[in-house]
Design a protein around this ligand. Structure first.
Ligand code: UTP
Length: 473
């Protein structure tokens, strides 16, 4: 991009209602002024125009007349369904043994709702006994899968401008959890300016614009710009297991899910769960005019969300839990086209520099951030598959510090799962009523499934708590 002269830049900013920025520049000494000018020069003015147009634009509003719940591959219940799933899982195993799978974690978010934790969310010490971080639990799953399927499974991690350095440093300090430096690849997503409700630029420091990552949908552009598509191609990894950094219960590498994706010849697959209530905040999977689509919960009016079928089930029952399989040729196709995914606007709270030059916390919702969503790419898929999973086995989001979707709820779910595995493996344990204390932890390196656990413990074993099952150091 050609740098504008200062005069040109001034004109362009004034044309876009950003005259206040010139006052900021006037108040700065030479060095900080240069820093701010450099950042202003890098601004994508076309995007800035798009964002300003979004502010105050009436919500698009969806007509639900041609929308129906998407068909879903259900959790197998009958012996016949279970036999079919056995074949599907075998197919998934074969893809893993053929070393075609890479893992991708999106970890670029600011995590503003996890108030009080000022590091990349992936570093959060989530496990109940060891205090292992989210990143460590995923790393151990990857290591376990490499051993189990004798494959290389590289791990791609998307970071953003604000957390990239600290994330890389953390992995270095942890010696990449034994995965090998070259098999963990970081790539940085793009950032967008964060605006106030009048579409004006904001600052986080006197000489720095307030910016935020461009959403998990920025993953396509970021993979392209980070030159990771040739890396994947050269290594023969044509299938990506994608998940978010905030879900410690995810099965990072799931043969059943992979098998369904391949069996259906899909280019994009999603794990889904039945919503607990009409108002649960999950994007709902639908067919819109016959095309797959995810409708965000805020886009779904209450009366539509509550509609029921004659069977009594919700008309729009299944929600996405942001775990996907994405084929690499599909990623290439989406990444090759600029501006195919729409922008969404979210209201957030940030530290900003106010008009008196002081650093203050903005009002809740005062700052507008602009993001793309990965699932909007579904519209471009040739075939997609929605696969139902059990909520308590796959979904423990860590979003806020307290209450629902917090570290405490995630720890309870992790412990519940491990107790269930012990029971399935033949141990004599009851599910404790109170799972809020640290009671049990099973490292994926010890056992990554109830089947693996069964091979390690005696039937009828009576464990005592707290119980940590992890490989000896
Ligand atoms: P969230 O939607 O929870 O956003 O991200 P967030 O920024 O992490 O948290 P809040 O809203 O500020 O509290 C869901 C997942 O998508 C990733 C996050 O890191 C998380 O894994 N994400 C989100 C990105 O990688 N980039 C983004 O720009 C946004």
């Amino acid at each position: 991009m050609r740098a504008h002269s200062e005069k040109e830049l001034e004109v362009k900013l004034i044309e876009r209602g950003q005259g206040h920025v010139l006052d900021w520049l006037r108040q700065l000494d030479a060095k900080p002024r240069r820093r701010l000018l450099d950042q202003l020069n890098e601004l994508n003015l076309k995007k800035l125009d798009t964002f300003r147009n979004l502010i105050g634009a009436p919500p698009a509003g969806i007509s639900f007349s041609d929308v129906e719940g998407a068909p879903v591959e259900r959790v197998p219940l009958t012996p016949k369904e279970k036999a079919y799933e056995w074949h599907i899982k075998k197919l998934g195993n074969r893809i893993l043994q053929a070393d075609r799978v890479a893992v991708l974690t999106v970890a670029g978010g600011h995590g503003t709702r996890l108030v009080g934790y000022d590091h990349p969310k992936g570093m959060y010490p989530i496990s109940p006994i060891r205090g292992a971080s989210l990143f460590q639990l995923f790393a151990e799953q990857i290591q376990a899968a490499r051993r189990r399927y004798d494959c290389s499974v590289p791990w791609l991690i998307m970071t953003s401008e604000t957390n990239d350095c600290e994330t890389r440093q953390y992995f270095q300090d942890m010696d990449y959890f034994g995965l090998g430096r070259r098999t963990v690849r970081f790539f940085v997503q793009n950032s967008n300016p964060i605006l106030d409700s009048q579409g004006r630029l904001l600052r986080c420091e006197p000489d720095r614009l307030l910016v935020g990552p461009d959403g998990h949908g920025g993953v396509f552009e970021a993979l392209r710009e980070g030159d990771l598509i040739p890396f994947l191609r050269e290594g023969g990894w044509d299938i990506i297991s994608y998940f978010q950094v905030d879900n410690p219960l995810v099965t990072a590498i799931d043969p059943r899910f992979l098998g369904h994706h391949l069996n259906y010849d899909a280019d994009f697959s999603l794990k889904v769960i039945p919503k607990r209530s009409p108002g649960e905040k999950l994007g709902v999977v639908v067919l819109r005019a016959g095309r797959p689509h995810v409708i965000e919960y805020i886009e779904m009016p209450e009366d539509v969300a509550s509609e029921r079928l004659p069977s009594g089930l919700l008309r729009f029952l299944y929600g996405s839990i942001a775990i996907h399989i994405i084929s690499v040729p599909f990623i290439e196709r989406v990444a090759a086209e600029d501006d195919v995914l729409p922008w969404h606007m979210a209201k957030r709270q940030y530290e900003i520099i106010n008009e008196d030059g002081e650093k203050v916390m903005s009002q809740p919702g005062e700052c507008l951030k602009f993001e793309r969503f990965v699932f909007d790419a579904l519209e471009l898929s040739h075939a997609c598959e929605f696969v139902e999973v059990r909520r308590e086995m796959e979904f423990a989001p860590v979003k806020q510090a307290q209450g629902q979707n917090s570290p405490a709820t995630a720890r309870r779910l992790l412990q519940r799962q491990w107790i269930e595995w012990l029971q399935q493996a033949g141990a004599e344990v009851e599910t404790p009523k109170d799972l809020s204390e640290p009671l049990v932890e099973i490292s994926p390196l010890y056992a990554a499934s109830p089947e693996e656990l069964r091979a390690k413990i005696q039937p009828g074993w009576l464990p005592s708590f707290p119980l940590l099952l992890a490989p000896e150091e």
